[in-house]
Structures are given as structure tokens and as C-alpha cells.
Design a protein around this ligand. Structure first.
Ligand code: 3UK
Length: 535
């Protein structure tokens, strides 16, 4: 097989062929040439075809056209190659909050044939270190504001020899150095099957896993979910909260808008209220964020109604049916739910506004296949709960990791989610397979109890898990964050228990309730149930 990588680390650490999932290229849009650099398709192509003056990336202080971004990415590619000694196949850490400059760096790396390892700005030295080691990172581009954490991690990682900082105007910074470089760059003619990004799983448990994705994979996700479900146009303005170090954010805020020549807004901080300000100030029309963010923004539905917002995508965690209803009633907009995974790169089950069904994630995205299987990997009948299995143009390739064999079985990617499919092919999320609570022999899905609790007006957020119990094996325990003005006491606990017994099957009610100020979450906003297990 052809490769443009002179540093063959990524290829050398691919899982053996027999452990890889099946890859399907069933749609006409999924026929790719042998040589492909995704930066050429997503960026250079627009300028070549005369769209260089269209708006591309915006931030609070920047407004760049496709031409502007191309020139900056080319200058950065020149710095990487000429000053930092990058050769194709090297891994480059990209550590930054979401900013236009981060996007320019992403393309600079990919143009030069490098492999981007983008990380969440919240990560500290302790979390960066294993990433530097696992991916054998040799180069780093880092936002000046995050320099201390990286410096600390780099001290103990001798392989990381080249670090440049940006978003500061002192003379040695990338922002200044790049201006001495040509705005032209000949993209490395990578193979479609050369790795261009390594995504680390956001890790609700354990040692982080590195997932490898090819240039072809990046183009494949642009050809699937955005075309069949999102249906955005060149006039749309994208915005959202997920970090670009999380493939949900990379796809939604960079790859998808750029694949259609639309524009995107990057916010360094995108809590609910900053997100709403951004939507209003930039006239954003498409938003990507997590269920909890919609839940809290729903309180400001009247303001949302005065903006241009028309499409709202929810992913990262299960969307409670109550949040879907809340958002529709508050804003008049039906949410687009979709399940994706770092291993799969992006969303593979979803439904657009007109096909959404309460409680269902949606149907399989064209280009992918999905089914619910038993412990042997055999499909179960509609209506039966089992393990979600998927395959399509993208799939799991862990970098030198024994857990490959847990995620991929018989060519199918096993996401670790318990799902049920109905007769119409709609998939209903139940829980993570390891979050299924078994109490007195009954299977209880934690998210179902959470939904029951969240319908109570006093509950702002909650997390449910099974804790060991002598008599019942496990009991259902709820950690509840109350809304302002509600007090946490025994009466409230009793009221919530009675309430749940009335909304779902009574045996599922939380026998233990603990009130907390906030819930532990990963930088991507996912609930860390295991952190609660020890409290
Ligand atoms: C859970 C969902 C129910 C599910 C992701 C969109 O979340 C993403 O990737 P991660 O690797 O986590 C994957 C796991 O998260 N999940 C995600 N979305 C949903 N569960 N409904 C949903 N809509 O357990 C899955 O296995 O962090 C999401 C795009 C790209 C992504 N990487």
C-alpha cells in the first residue's frame, strides 16, 4: 500500500488486519482515490474553485475568509517543515482552546503530512503526559495561555523536542514567525489511508485510548451524517461548545462547515450563556452542544427565539426525552440527536427534525449498518435490549492497544452501549453496558431513572448508579443537584422518591438519594459515574 509517511509510526502500530473492523463503502459518495489529503479537499479546493473570499472562520477578534485561512495554514506548514523539522507521519500535539488560530494550525499540520493530536484545553500535565508518550509526540503547537501545563509535561518527555506557542505577539511566537514564511505551500500528497489524526477517548474510565483516523475517514464522515441528516447549506453559520480535541467538536465546528463552504464561529469558552451570546452576536444558525447545555439554555428560550438559530445538534450523552420536549416548547426547534464515538470518528445513528422520535436516538445513518446483538454477537429480535454493534466507512483502530479486541468483534464495532431497536429501525439508548443496574434480579437502566427524576421541577441535574447491597445485589442510588430555591432535606428526598414511583415502574425508584452541588464530568461534558461510585 502507498504511503507518504517517512515516519511510519502510525502505520506500524495499526491493529493487525484480523482485528480491524469491516469497512464499508456502499454509497457513491464514499468512493475515494488512493491519494488524498483532506486539507486539500476541505480548504484549498474552495479557493481554487473561486470561493476564497467567502467567510470561513470567526472568533471574537478574527474574521477570516477561506483565502485568509489558507494563507495562514500554508505559513504554519512552512514553519513546521522549515524551522521545526517536521517530516510526514510525525505526531504534532495541538493544545488550545477553540480559536481560529487552532484551526489554522490543524490545517498546517495536515497539509505537511503530519498527524494532529488535538487535546482538550482543560487537560493538565498529568493528563498530557500519557498522551505524549502513547502517541510518541515529537512536535507541539500550543496556545500561550496553556503553556505551563505543556511545559511541565514536556520536562519528563524527552521525545518532544519542538514546541511553538501561539496567540501572543512576542517575537519567538508562531504568530510572528509565520509572517516571515511564504503563503504558498505544496500539500504533501498523502495516501487516503495515511493517518492524519489521532483522537484520544475522553475516558470516563481508565487509561486513555488512542484512535487512529485516515485522511479518507475525515472525508467519509463529511459525506455521511451531514448530507443525510444535518442538511446545512453554504449560508449556514456553525457554532458550538465541544472542544476541537473531541471529534464531536472537530466535525461539527470545522470539518462539516468547511466541507460545504459554510462558516464557523469558535468560542474559547462556551458555557450556556456564552454560547447564547455567540449565537446572537454572530447570527449562528447551527449549534452543536451536549444535552445538559440545552437543558440549561431552555430557560432562556424567548431569547433563543429572537436569534437566527434553526438547527440544534445534541450528542455526547443520551438525550432525555424530557429535554427534547423542553427545548421544543421553549424555542420551537426540534433537536437533532445523534450518537457518535471517538472510535467511529463521528455520528452513525441519528434522526433529523422531521424524523425525531422521543426517547430514540434515531435510525442508522446511510453508509453505516447497525444492529443490536447478544453476548455471542448474534442479532436479537426487535424490542430486545442488547449490545449496539456498528460498521461503516469509519471504525475503530486503536494504536497498539489490547482493548482493540474488546471494541471490535467479528468485524463489528461494539460501542459499549445497551440499545433496543424497534420494528421501524429506530434505536433506543438504554445505558452504557456497564451502567446497567441489576437489583433483585431486575435490569434497571440508570438513564431511565435519571429521566424520571428530571421531570421533577426541583431537579436541575442528576446521576443514577447501582451500589452494592447485601439483600438486593445492587440498589439504585441517585445523586441530585437541586435547582435554585429548593432545599435538600429528607422531605425532598421522599418527595423525589414518590415522584419517580409515579413516573416509571415503582421498583426502579432510587432507594438512596444524595444531594450534591455539582456532578463530576469529563472535559467533554460526560458524566463520570465511576467517580460517584466511590463517594
Ligand atoms: C455516548 C451517546 C446516547 C455513548 C461523540 C458525537 O460522544 C462521542 O464520543 P466519545 O468517544 O463517547 C462515545 C459514547 O458516548 N454517546 C454519545 N452520543 C450519544 N449516548 N445518545 C447519544 N446521542 O455511550 C457512546 O458510546 O466521547 C459523539 C460525535 C463524535 C463523538 N466522538
Amino acid at each position: 500500500m502507498p504511503t507518504a509517511h517517512t515516519d511510519t509510526f502510525a502505520r506500524d502500530n495499526l491493529p493487525p488486519q484480523a482485528q480491524q473492523p469491516d469497512f464499508l463503502f456502499t454509497l457513491p459518495e464514499l468512493q475515494f482515490p488512493q491519494q488524498l489529503n483532506c486539507a486539500t479537499e476541505l480548504l484549498d479546493r474552495h479557493v481554487r474553485e473561486g470561493r476564497g473570499q467567502r467567510l470561513c472562520v470567526r472568533g471574537p477578534n478574527d474574521s477570516w475568509t477561506y483565502q485568509d485561512l489558507l494563507e495562514r495554514a500554508n505559513q504554519i506548514a512552512n514553519v513546521l517543515v522549515q524551522d521545526m523539522g517536521l517530516v510526514p507521519g510525525n505526531r504534532v500535539l495541538l493544545h488550545s482552546p477553540n480559536t481560529p488560530m487552532m484551526v489554522a494550525c490543524w490545517f498546517g499540520i495536515v497539509k505537511a503530512g503530519g498527524i494532529v493530536v488535538a487535546t482538550m484545553p482543560l487537560l493538565r500535565a498529568k493528563e498530557l503526559k500519557p498522551i505524549l508518550e502513547i502517541a510518541k509526540i515529537s512536535h507541539a503547537l500550543c496556545d500561550a495561555s496553556l503553556a505551563p501545563a505543556l511545559q511541565e509535561a514536556a520536562l519528563e518527555t524527552p521525545g518532544l523536542g519542538q514546541i511553538r506557542h501561539f496567540n501572543s505577539l512576542s517575537s519567538e511566537y508562531l504568530d510572528v514567525v509565520m509572517r516571515t514564511k511564504s503563503t504558498a505551500f505544496q500539500n504533501v500528497d498523502t495516501a487516503a489511508e495515511d493517518t492524519c489524526l489521532i483522537g484520544f477517548t475522553s475516558g470516563t474510565t481508565g487509561v486513555p485510548k488512542a484512535t487512529m483516523h485516515f485522511h479518507r475517514d475525515v472525508m467519509a464522515i463529511c459525506a455521511c451524517w451531514p448530507r443525510s441528516v444535518l442538511n446545512a447549506t453554504v449560508e449556514d453559520v456553525f457554532i458550538g461548545s465541544p472542544p476541537l480535541g473531541f471529534t464531536f467538536g472537530l466535525g461539527g465546528l470545522v470539518l462539516f462547515p468547511m466541507s460545504i463552504g459554510a462558516s464557523t464561529v469558535l468560542l474559547e469558552k462556551a458555557g450556556p450563556s456564552q454560547l447564547l451570546d455567540g449565537i446572537r452576536d454572530f447570527g449562528a444558525t447551527v449549534v452543536f452542544t451536549a444535552p445538559t447545555s440545552y437543558r440549561s439554555l431552555a430557560a432562556r428560550g424567548e431569547e433563543v427565539r429572537t436569534t437566527r438559530l434553526r438547527k440544534c445538534v445534541s450528542a455526547g450523552e443520551a438525550l432525555p426525552a424530557s429535554t427534547r420536549t423542553l427545548w421544543r416548547e421553549a424555542t420551537g426547534i426540534e433537536l437533532i440527536d445523534g450518537i457518535g464515538a471517538t472510535e467511529m470518528l463521528h455520528i452513525f445513528i441519528s434522526a433529523d427534525e422531521s424524523h425525531a422520535r422521543p426517547g430514540a436516538t434515531g435510525k442508522v445513518v446511510p453508509g453505516y449498518e447497525a444492529r443490536v446483538v447478544d453476548d455471542q454477537g448474534d442479532p436479537v429480535a426487535p424490542g430486545t435490549v442488547g449490545k449496539l454493534a456498528v460498521r461503516g466507512p469509519t471504525g475503530c483502530r486503536y494504536l497498539n492497544d489490547a482493548r482493540q479486541q474488546t471494541y471490535v468483534k467479528n468485524g463489528w464495532n461494539i460501542t459499549g452501549d445497551a440499545y433496543r431497536m424497534d420494528e421501524d429501525g429506530y434505536f433506543f439508548y438504554q445505558s452504557r453496558t456497564d451502567d446497567m443496574i441489576v437489583s433483585s434480579g431486575y435490569n434497571i437502566a440508570a438513564p431511565e431513572v435519571e429521566e424520571g427524576l428530571m421531570l421533577h421541577p426541583a431537579v436541575a441535574e442528576c446521576a443514577v448508579l447501582g451500589v452494592p447491597d447485601e439483600e438486593r445485589g445492587q440498589i439504585v442510588k441517585a445523586f441530585v443537584v437541586l435547582g435554585v430555591g429548593h432545599s435538600s432535606n429528607a422531605d425532598m428526598a421522599k418527595e423525589l422518591q414518590d415522584f419517580v414511583k409515579k413516573t416509571i415502574a415503582p421498583y426502579k425508584y432510587p432507594r438512596a438519594i444524595v444531594f450534591v452541588d455539582k456532578l463530576p464530568r469529563t472535559p467533554t461534558g460526560k458524566l463520570q459515574r465511576f467517580m460517584l461510585r466511590n463517594s
